[in-house]
Design a protein around this ligand. Structure first.
Ligand code: PLP
Length: 430
């Protein structure tokens, strides 16, 4: 079984979470996002259990909803006892629609508009993660106007390079996110916040990047952050309750790709944390982490129908499908790897570039994939591990509607997000 939820039946047809992909495509049409609900829940439980076992009471993993955000997913995260990260009024509105408890929501992002700040305050969002001094001043004003004292974490840049793809590195000094320890700006923003009457600093936040596989990235981060936290506690003369270590554990996209044992990693982080706190002589803070990708990526699969096959003998073959960069821009953005499977045929293989329907030569889902040589128009193709940063990054380029999201459960399937209709696509046009 591939990735623990992909298999073939005796006829060689693809099964996802135990369901026939052919039947799902017939029932819901293509392109189609499928999500294995139990896998999402299991991924949440890896974090909630590891947190219970390793960190002080009051610690909490938060699902970074930007990885994939819709109402039903927020409900699932809620039921699994996760907190929730949002970065915009749109994500926050979705969470509120799902009935997500506002006190377990963190409002993130390096640009928060005044009206978004007002909206989040009016929702009762538990924590703002403040990125920069401009935001801090704006939040002070809005919180004062609303007559509240808003709990905040300050986003600190620890100066750690997680050695992942450059577009997803966020922890280095020259990052656009947060205030750097190295430049003195981190200390400055903490002092400034401490002096403001309508914000209350409950702790520090950092996030070093995405697709983290390196052994000791979080341990190095813990070392830097704990020593800075201790320094700040001494100079402020009070305890900072929370340390948020951000998200970023990598996931396996291809069969032989690296896989992180998250439960083990969290226990390693906890060891490092305890050692660092003991050395600094401070109490272990309550820990938060913000997994996005590792909650939803391997719960997702995208199913397409082949629209045309082109064979350029001596050059290459193309298989073009009824979706593309509109539903999965990740190869275009990052050169991301994917596992591509033919849904019904298992025969002799030839090399294809799997491309989309958009008017861009760069509209490639995955180059150089091995598919049956007789792949033809009308065949179904599955792209695996598409649960993260696919639906949430989808666009309407070429006025292509976004695919529906269909949830798979033990007993059946249900639509969690409807297919975008032609009417939906033009509904805002005057
Ligand atoms: C993107 C992001 C996350 C989630 O990262 P993943 O790689 O999806 O786990 C968490 N926290 C912050 C601040 C982020 O920007």
């Amino acid at each position: 079984m591939l990735f623990g939820n992909i298999d073939r039946n005796e006829k060689g047809e693809l099964l996802f979470a135990g369901h026939s992909v052919t039947e799902l495509a017939a029932q819901y049409g293509t392109p189609l996002y499928l999500m294995d609900e139990q896998r999402i829940r299991d991924n949440c439980r890896i974090y909630t259990q590891a947190f219970r076992e390793n960190f002080p009471e009051g610690s909490m993993p938060l699902y970074a909803s930007k990885a994939c955000c819709f109402v039903q997913l927020c409900r699932i995260a809620e039921e699994e006892g996760m907190g929730l990260d949002v970065v915009s009024a749109g994500e926050l509105f979705t969470a509120m629609k799902a009935g997500f408890p506002a006190e377990r929501i963190h409002f993130h992002g390096n640009v928060k508009k005044d009206e978004e700040i007002d909206y989040a305050i009016s929702c009762g969002v538990g924590t703002f993660v403040v990125d920069n001094p401009d935001e801090l001043e704006a939040l002070q004003k809005r919180a004062e106007a609303a007559g509240v004292v808003q709990n905040i974490l300050l986003r600190i840049t620890p100066g750690i390079d997680p050695h992942t793809y450059v577009a997803v590195n966020t922890g280095t000094v020259d990052s656009k996110f947060g205030s750097a320890i190295e430049t003195g700006q981190a200390e400055e923003i903490i002092r400034r916040a401490e002096a403001l009457p309508n914000v209350h600093v409950t702790g520090l936040h950092c996030h070093v990047g995405s697709m983290v596989f390196d052994e000791d990235v979080f341990e190095r981060t813990v070392a830097v952050m704990v020593s800075f936290l201790a320094e700040m506690e001494r100079s402020l003369g009070r305890k900072l309750e929370f340390l948020n270590l951000g998200g970023g554990y990598g996931v396996r996209y291809i069969k032989d790709g690296k896989k992180v044992n998250i439960a083990e990693k969290i226990s390693d982080v906890a060891q490092a944390l305890k050692a660092c706190c003991a050395e600094e002589g401070i109490e272990v803070p309550k820990i938060q982490m913000e997994p996005g990708r590792s909650i939803v990526a391997d719960a997702g699969m995208t199913v397409y129908t082949v629209g045309s096959v082109k064979r350029l003998d001596g050059f290459k073959n193309f298989a073009a499908v009824d979706g593309g960069m509109t539903d999965n821009p990740r190869y275009v953005l990052y050169g991301s790897e994917y596992t591509v499977l033919h849904v019904t045929k298992n025969g002799v293989k030839a090399r294809f570039d799997l491309v989309g329907r958009c008017c861009e030569s760069g509209d490639i889902i995955q180059p150089k994939v091995m598919l049956p040589a007789d792949t033809c128009r009308g065949d179904l193709i599955a792209v695996c591990v598409t649960g993260a940063y696919n639906y949430s990054m989808a666009s309407n380029y070429n006025r292509v509607g976004r695919p529906p999201v269909v949830m798979l459960t033990k007993d059946g399937s249900y639509v969690a997000v409807k297919r975008e209709s032609l009417f939906d696509l033009s509904r805002l046009d005057q």
